[in-house]
Design a protein. Structure first.
Length: 462
């Protein structure tokens, strides 16, 4: 395999612009598919990328498409003839082929499948397309080695050799009964340790960990992590073996989910990349920014209308602590919701434990609130915001009590929102972003305004 040098990209680009196919083919024929994908990602338009693919054999094209960024692949698929896509799909495992075909519209999907010469593979793809892409069935592959539990060891080895010819990777051999129900797994090591076994069912590992086709892929990922698996069989509703999921499929899913959650948490409503157009990035960012603006305007109206601005006149020092109140509430709420979202994602927190976690969060919030409010109160005593001692004490009490209340509210609210969203089947990751921050800003300001005006009236400063 030829080592790729990033410094050669300009030279390769010149060959592509000059449409020098023969020289380009010589330069890239020994390159790794991932390096060719990197080259394509550096090109300016899809036509140039298609020219690069035209210099490769179908198997390499399949590998390159699998390595490409989703947006680059989508642009390429739009201009690739369906016959070419079909030839490429024939070089892929069924699950990878399904992932690619799902990026096409329905008419193109049907046309590509019609052009697949391998009828068996086309049938597997059609079957897999029926499953929801967020379930185990939507991510499984039908390529696997399967043997009957009543085979002898010699017959088992013969069957394994026949099926292994079309396999790229072999993790386990799956054992089924006469009705194709999953009965066990058969590690390759067993062929050495038990070479004279009468029947496979006597030396297999029974009752393997498996998932059903309708199991959410997030739950599958948790099982892979919990049991340290590299592959897992997938069964239908009556236990018949229909496919397997491998760890590389799960890693892709985990990475995509992590990226999606991170973007939601930072206020992006769509999956975007650095190379996306200005309009695409604008659409992904603007909705949450608009909510932030609405929240800011709401805060301004609260400040302007609070008791006709009496508190600003009587205790002007209160204005100094407005950023502190809003910022603390947003930070505390984001921390609380992030912990819950992480727990829901990795399985360490279940919905039935929500009450227990909420109670724990309340006690944590109490400790934080006491310490934060106490520190700010001490600061105000040392550096009073207002010159008059009575006013300074009123300001200190208003800020201290408000901070205590805001921290408690933000913690409880930040904990409850992702739990409620999870129950409503909405991605709880959105709770860790601007939603919690903006809400806590507004509620925090309302709390601050209420406590401040009440103290003004109580101490008859107005």
């Amino acid at each position: 395999m030829k080592e790729f040098n990033i410094d050669n990209i300009d030279q390769l680009k010149e060959l592509i612009e000059a449409k020098n196919g023969e020289q380009l083919k010589t330069e890239i024929k020994d390159m790794h598919p991932a390096d060719i994908a990197e080259l394509i990602n550096e090109l300016d338009d899809a036509d140039e990328a298609l020219f690069v693919l035209q210099q490769l054999d179908d198997e390499t094209v399949a590998d390159v498409l699998a390595e490409l960024d989703e947006d680059e692949r989508a642009d390429l698929l739009e201009i690739m003839p369906n016959e070419t896509i079909a030839r490429t799909v024939e070089q892929m495992d069924a699950d990878d082929a399904v992932d690619l075909i799902q990026e096409l519209d329905e008419d193109d999907q049907e046309d590509v499948i019609k052009h697949i010469d391998d009828v068996e593979q086309a049938g597997d793809i059609v079957d897999l397309l029926q499953y929801d892409e967020d379930t185990a069935g939507g991510h499984m592959s039908t390529e696997m080695i399967v043997v009957n539990e009543n085979l002898s060891m010699p017959d088992c080895i013969k069957t394994m050799r026949e099926q292994a010819e079309d396999m790229d990777e072999i993790y386990n051999i799956y054992v089924v009964d006469d009705d194709h129900r999953l009965k066990g797994v058969f590690p390759l090591k067993t062929t050495i340790t038990n070479p004279s076994a009468n029947k496979i069912k006597y030396v297999m590992e029974p009752n393997p960990i498996s998932v059903r086709t309708d199991t959410p892929i997030e739950d599958v990922a948790l099982d892979f992590e919990k049991y340290d698996l590299v592959a897992m069989p997938v069964v239908d509703s009556i236990g018949r073996l229909v496919g397997r999921i491998t760890v590389d499929d799960i890693m892709d899913q985990v990475r995509e989910q992590s990226e999606r959650d991170y973007q939601l948490a930072t206020g992006l409503v769509a999956d975007v990349e650095t190379g996306d157009s200005v309009w695409t990035q604008f659409r992904a960012r603007f909705p949450w920014l608009l909510i932030g603006i609405v929240g800011g305007i709401a805060n301004a109206l609260i400040l302007e209308g609070g008791d006709n601005g009496e508190w600003q006149t009587v205790l002007p020092g209160l204005a100094m602590f407005i950023p502190l109140i809003g910022g603390t509430g947003g930070n505390v709420g984001t921390q609380s919701s992030a912990i819950v979202v992480q727990g829901l994602a990795n399985g360490s927190l279940e919905l039935k434990q929500a009450g227990k976690h909420l109670l724990k969060e309340f006690f944590v919030a109490m400790l934080n609130a006491v310490l934060i409010a106490g520190l700010v109160f001490i600061y105000n005593l040392i550096f009073p915001a207002d010159g008059d001692s009575q006013k300074a004490m009123a300001t200190s009490l208003a800020v201290t009590i408000s901070l205590f209340a805001v921290v408690l509210f933000a913690s409880v609210f930040g904990t409850m929102v992702p739990i409620v969203l999870e129950k409503l089947k909405i991605d709880p990751a959105i709770a860790t972003g601007p939603f919690v921050t903006v809400t806590n800003d507004i509620v925090g300001m309302l709390i601050y305004m209420f406590i401040s005006t009440q103290l003004i009236h109580l101490m008859t400063l107005g």
